[in-house]
Design a protein around this ligand. Structure first.
Ligand code: C5P
Length: 228
């Protein structure tokens, strides 16, 4: 199976408290979006990257990224899943090909994590995602706002991206989940709703999602640390 990538980058980034959507904030002179796409292109098995940007996006026009023949741009949608679907529909591949969906806001994807995900998914023929075992104790909060109970930490993992599935199966699962009005905050949840197996592949903290303003400094720190 051949491998392609889709990068949802159509968010407005309200949590960053910035005028610029977070995928266009820069560290080391390069936007988060470019760091994220370049991390994918470092693996020669990824043949194309389809980036979904928002309809009124003016930032993407200026990026040299889209001059790369492997990279194309489509218009995203209101929710992350809509943006991913728009990207999937434009992927230059067959339904049986693999697609890796990766957040524009995860600029620190390590080369080794990406290679491990692709190796394990290709070997097992089952889709999978990078994920990290939870280190904190997690509390379930009831309607009162008080702790109701503590979850069993040994079974909890934080889902990262890339999330790697068959192009056709993922598209059908996302369409089905959206049609049913199910909450779809990642691709794996749509596959789970469709009863399809999802493999967890251990990832690392460097692949965290930039969400708050302070995260930019942390992303820059991880980059410098990697280059040492
Ligand atoms: O908001 P959140 O951090 O969950 O966004 C994850 C990724 O999904 C980001 O790269 C963001 O740009 C993207 N997204 C999108 N379309 C939306 C909302 C979010 O492509 N409508």
């Amino acid at each position: 199976g051949r491998c392609h990538a889709v990068v949802p980058a159509a968010g407005v980034g309200t949590r960053m408290g910035s005028d610029i959507p977070k995928q266009y904030l820069r560290f080391d002179g390069v936007t988060l979006l470019e760091h994220s796409v370049n991390a994918l292109l470092r693996d020669p098995r990824i043949e194309s990257v389809t980036v979904a940007v928002s309809e009124n996006d003016t930032h993407a026009d200026t990026l040299p990224l889209f001059a790369d023949p492997r990279v194309q741009r489509v218009t995203g949608g209101a929710q992350r899943a809509d943006s991913v679907l728009a990207g999937l529909r434009a992927v230059p591949g067959d339904p049986d090909d693999w697609v890796l969906v990766h957040d524009a806001a995860r600029p620190g994807l390590p080369e080794a994590d990406l290679a491990r995900l692709i190796d394990q998914v290709l070997a097992s023929q089952v889709g999978g995602i990078l994920a990290e075992a939870i280190v904190d104790t997690v509390k379930y909060v009831g309607d009162s706002g008080l702790v109701e109970h503590t979850l069993d930490r040994s079974r909890l993992w934080c889902a990262q991206t890339p999330q790697m599935f068959r192009l056709g199966e993922l598209g059908a699962a996302l369409e089905g989940a959206l049609a049913q009005g199910l909450p779809v905050t990642d691709e794996a949840s749509a596959m789970e709703h469709a009863g399809l197996p999802v493999q967890l592949v251990p990832g690392s903290p460097a692949n965290f999602k930039v969400t708050a303003p302070d995260d930019l400094a942390l992303a820059a720190w991880y980059l410098a640390w990697k280059e040492e």
